[in-house]
Ligand binder design. Structure first.
Ligand code: FAD
Length: 117
């Protein structure tokens, strides 16, 4: 368990950034294999998240709201929703999930095979 609140918050911001950016890059029409990969990734993320107390809370949220992996937009909306569940429990402001569209950008090419600009 990470004792220092500042470090815990920094880890949280980094983790949310990675999570939301992963969703923003997930395929619009994922294959079955891609859907399974995201579903497993999220469960392993919740299992291995280094702040043990946070991971425990997050696993409860995941049980209540199973990951939506059928498309980019449903995955992004799901992640926004569960982040808001954490925001609620920490008495933080809620994020307007209708604004999630362009908020998270990986700074990378849309297609993996596209050359670096
Ligand atoms: P963060 O919540 O880190 O958000 C970062 C930025 O993301 C915000 O500034 C905003 O621009 C954007 N954002 C906010 N809400 C949303 C949303 N719903 N969707 C998309 N973008 C959004 N901390 C604890 O003290 N106890 C816990 O139990 C705990 N559990 C956590 C579980 C997980 C899985 C993670 C990743 C983090 C957890 N944290 C927990 C950390 C906590 O959620 C915050 O990351 C930390 O407190 C820093 O908060 P912040 O106000 O800087 O913004």
């Amino acid at each position: 368990k990470i004792g220092n609140e500042t470090v815990k918050a920094e880890l949280g911001r980094a983790a949310w950034k990675l999570l939301h950016t992963t969703m923003a890059k997930f395929p619009d029409k994922p294959s079955q294999d891609e859907q399974t990969a995201l579903f497993s990734y999220l469960h392993l993320f919740a299992r291995l998240y280094p702040c043990g107390e946070c991971a425990g809370h997050f696993r409860q949220i995941l049980n209540k709201f199973p990951p939506q992996v059928s498309s980019r937009s449903s995955a992004a909306a799901w992640a926004c929703h569960v982040h808001n569940e954490v925001n609620k429990s920490l008495q933080k402001e809620l994020f307007d999930c209708s604004n999630i569209g362009d908020f998270y950008d990986c700074g990378c090419a849309e297609e993996d095979e596209e050359k670096e600009k």
